[in-house]
Design a protein around this ligand. Structure first.
Ligand SMILES: [Zn+2]
Length: 113
């Protein structure tokens, strides 16, 4: 399951980031997830709840900020909004659109107790 390996990656980042603050617990994990990242947000939240058990972030609030997708349309020579990876350009209908934003997923911030 894709989301489970993502969740384990996030746990690694959280543990690494909190090592310098030993003894402090994590209140919230803030994630940025692009609209084109193909991440099932509900599944990811569930997996995080499971993998964070027994860590400093057990029971932490998971906050997810969505990043809108965008792409570069070769026909329009412009950046256009993109709802899905294989979508056509909303301006000219061309499929020659290269995704430029919204494919990323990262840990944006941790709130410590
Ligand atoms: Zn276009």
């Amino acid at each position: 399951m894709h989301e489970m390996s993502l969740a384990e990656g996030i746990r690694g980042i959280v543990e690494e980031a909190t090592r310098a603050h030993s003894g402090r617990r994590v209140d919230a994990v803030v994630l940025e997830i692009g609209a084109l990242a193909a991440v099932e947000v509900e599944a990811l939240s569930f997996c995080l709840e499971v993998v964070l058990r027994g860590t400093v972030a057990e029971g932490a609030r998971i906050e997810i900020e969505a990043i809108p997708g965008a792409g570069w349309c070769m026909q329009c020579a412009a950046t256009v909004p993109l709802a899905a990876l294989c979508d056509a350009c909303p301006q000219c209908g061309s499929y020659q659109v290269q995704a430029t934003a919204g494919t990323e997923m990262r840990v944006k911030a941790l709130e410590l107790e």
